[in-house]
Design a protein around this ligand. Structure first.
Ligand SMILES: Nc1ncnc2c1ncn2[C@@H]1O[C@H](COP(=O)(O)OP(=O)(O)OP(=O)(O)O)[C@@H](O)[C@H]1O
Ligand SMILES: [Mg+2]
Length: 362
């Protein structure tokens, strides 16, 4: 077990803009941290630098206080000396080999004694719940089982840290959900420090102790899943994580409970915004982010943030309604709960609590 520190990491490929451009973060011992971001934002490159598969142009990587990589000092330990385990998207199980042989392969290549190989492989297969299948040909396994072989293959080396690169994205939706829980339970039980890469925000929310959101080679925000969702730090994060309404406005002055009044001309509204309101000055241009499920429809609470609009779309989803409500010049996405009956064309009252209105600057 070990902590991981990445400091000012820079990695370029040729003359293009840096794939990773000054990334710094720390993963505590036993913590499960996810690098989340859209395609091309530098997640895999960051992970490969940690694994020692890429040599960065700048920055340092440490496990505990052991220096693995230092661009300045010309240090870059080869992958096999780092004692990290890596699990990739393609399960990369070897066909024509049994489950046991797949997991044993690397140990045998290192000339580990036969009895020890047997012991370690048996233990790793037990941990991932594949004990009964050790003599099965690896290609005769389900996708989820193949993925577990890949995890066992990483665990058999007793890694200090596990690195995962989109390990579940080849599985069908239902299996993917099940494996999310299985995988997190396993690494939590083992207490192994884990760094997980995905572009799937739901996956990141479910699995992680902490999420690091990346965009164009840089970190946009890091925090626990709830903080990332409820208090996005930028327009990019608000938009990338889940669904949100973004309204352009101008700060007008202080209101109750530390909130800031924002004039939103396109909605003909004045909204009291209670999140991320610190330091906002009157006259400042801001964006207000409001999640669809935080807007109440019909029985809007009495409070400062009430607007009226016309329902233009109402799709019944069983648990909720997915609605569009026209408020002056904007169309707001609203997720209505309950058994209300909604018909397009009807006038509705909307309400949102100030603490559900997040101010985004810049
Ligand atoms: N070997 C390489 N040679 C040249 N460019 C590369 C190489 N590997 C990555 N890149 C570029 O670096 C940037 C970051 O790539 P990276 O693979 O880290 O993204 P990612 O966040 O993992 O994306 P995805 O979600 O698509 O896997 C991209 O612009 C990519 O094209
Ligand atoms: Mg990738």
């Amino acid at each position: 077990m070990a902590s991981v520190s990445v400091r000012s990491l820079v990695k370029r490929f040729g003359a293009d803009a840096a794939a990773v451009n000054g990334v710094s973060f720390t993963v505590r011992e036993g913590e499960f941290v996810t690098l989340l971001g859209p395609s091309g934002c530098g997640k895999t490159t960051t992970l490969r630098c940690i694994a020692g598969l890429e040599v960065p142009e700048g920055g340092e990587i440490l496990i505990g206080d052991e220096l693995l990589t230092s661009a300045g000092r010309g240090v870059c330990l080869p992958p096999e000396q780092r004692r990290l385990g890596m699990v990739f998207q393609s399960y990369a199980v070897w066909p024509h080999m049994t489950v046991f042989e797949n997991v044993a392969y690397g140990l045998r290549a290192q000339s580990v004694a036969r009895a020890e190989v047997g012991e370690r492989v048996t233990k790793a297969l037990e941990l991932v719940g594949l004990s009964g299948l050790q003599d099965r040909n690896a290609t005769k396994l389900s996708g989820g089982q193949q993925q577990r072989v890949a995890v066992a293959r990483a665990l058999v080396y007793n890694p200090r840290v596990l690195l995962f690169d989109e390990p579940l994205s080849n599985l069908d939706a239902k299996l993917r959900e099940q494996m999310r829980l299985e995988l997190t339970r396993l690494v939590r039980e083992l207490g192994i420090t884990s760094i997980y890469v995905t572009h799937d925000q739901a996956e990141a929310m479910v699995m992680s102790d902490r999420i690091i959101v990346m965009h164009e080679g840089r970190i946009q925000q890091e925090g626990v899943p709830q903080a990332i969702y409820d208090e996005p730090a930028s327009r990019f994060v608000a938009d990338f994580i889940g669904v949100t309404n973004l309204l352009e406005g101008t700060a007008a002055g202080r209101g109750g409970e530390g909130g800031v009044w924002v004039e939103v001309p396109e909605a003909g509204a004045r909204l009291l915004c209670g999140r991320r309101a610190e330091g906002v000055e009157p006259g400042e241009r801001v964006t207000v982010s409001i999640r669809p499920e935080h807007i109440s429809i019909e029985g809007a609470p009495a409070g400062p943030n009430r607007v009226e609009g016309t329902l233009t779309e109402a799709i019944y989803l069983g648990q909720s309604w997915d609605c569009r409500v026209r408020v002056k010049d904007v169309s707001l996405r609203v997720q209505a709960q309950g058994e209300v009956s909604l018909r397009p064309g009807q006038r509705v009252a909307l309400g949102v609590l100030p603490r559900r209105c997040v101010l985004l600057r810049g």
